[in-house]
Design a protein around this ligand. Structure first.
Ligand SMILES: C[S@@+](CC[C@H](N)C(=O)[O-])C[C@H]1O[C@@H](n2cnc3c(N)ncnc32)[C@H](O)[C@@H]1O
Length: 226
């Protein structure tokens, strides 16, 4: 495919068209591991609250969320991916389609300082460490302790983000969402959740203004509208 063909395929914004840009073995993983186009559109629309909002996709795989977000909003999308092959596929797609507002970093999320970003997307990125049957490949170390380490890094970074920081999560147990973030809304049978930081946490990790007996580690989304 040349650059123009790529752009046309991506702009169709249908999963069966979009996934054709990937090599067959990466396309075969899409149903399970890459965000559906419709979900990416909704999440990106929530995260980009003004032109130029800097969105980080934590564990971007071959870049599907970043590409859809960059094509459908005026935000700037960065994906961080630990697997070199997935990162380079994402980078090639972005370059070949000439998408100026998306870029890919090949790194572990633990190397990323979140202060360079305004909003964050997570499609259950660390679940592979817990679910042996659901692994993408055998090229990276996976373990329960790595799950803990990655989730804690993200939670600590999000905890020091400014009030108003937005996060969208698709599936997942939300171990990465710290105290102070409120679930504003949910969609798609509660699988897609829209969070915003509305309070600072106190030194003990509890919401600063909450009574001591009132603190759970994370906010509940039960009362959100679906
Ligand atoms: C479920 S896939 C989601 C891909 C993409 N965000 C999407 O929605 O289409 C999770 C991705 O996170 C990556 N990942 C997992 N742990 C990571 C880490 N510690 N640092 C960077 N990437 C990571 C995996 O390699 C995988 O590609």
């Amino acid at each position: 495919m040349n650059g123009t063909d790529h752009r046309e395929t991506l702009r169709a914004l249908r999963d069966d068209h979009f996934d054709l840009i990937f090599p067959p073995e990466i396309r075969a993983l899409s149903h399970r591991h890459w965000t559906p186009v419709s979900v990416a559109c909704r999440a990106a629309e929530f995260l980009v609250s003004r032109p130029g909002t800097r969105v980080l996709d934590i564990g971007c795989g071959p870049g599907k969320f970043c590409i859809v977000g960059a094509l459908t909003t005026p935000g700037h999308f960065t994906g961080v991916e630990q697997r070199g092959r997935l990162g380079s596929i994402a980078r090639s797609m972005i370059e070949e389609a000439g998408i100026p507002n998306a870029r890919i970093i090949h790194a572990n999320v633990t190397e990323i300082d979140f202060s360079g970003y305004d909003a964050f997307y997570l499609f259950n990125p660390f679940a592979e460490n817990l679910l042996e049957a659901d692994r993408i490949d055998g090229t990276v170390d996976l373990s329960q302790s790595l799950y803990q380490k990655y989730a804690e890094h993200v939670a600590a970074q999000l905890a020091s983000a400014p009030l108003g920081t937005r996060v969208a999560t698709y599936w997942g147990p939300f171990d990465e969402i710290p105290v102070g973030y409120e679930c504003l809304d949910t969609s798609l049978a509660d699988t897609l959740k829209f969070w915003e930081k509305t309070r600072h946490a106190g030194a003990d990790g509890l919401p600063a203004e909450a009574p001591a007996s009132h603190g759970e580690r994370r906010p509940s989304c039960d009362s959100a509208v679906s």
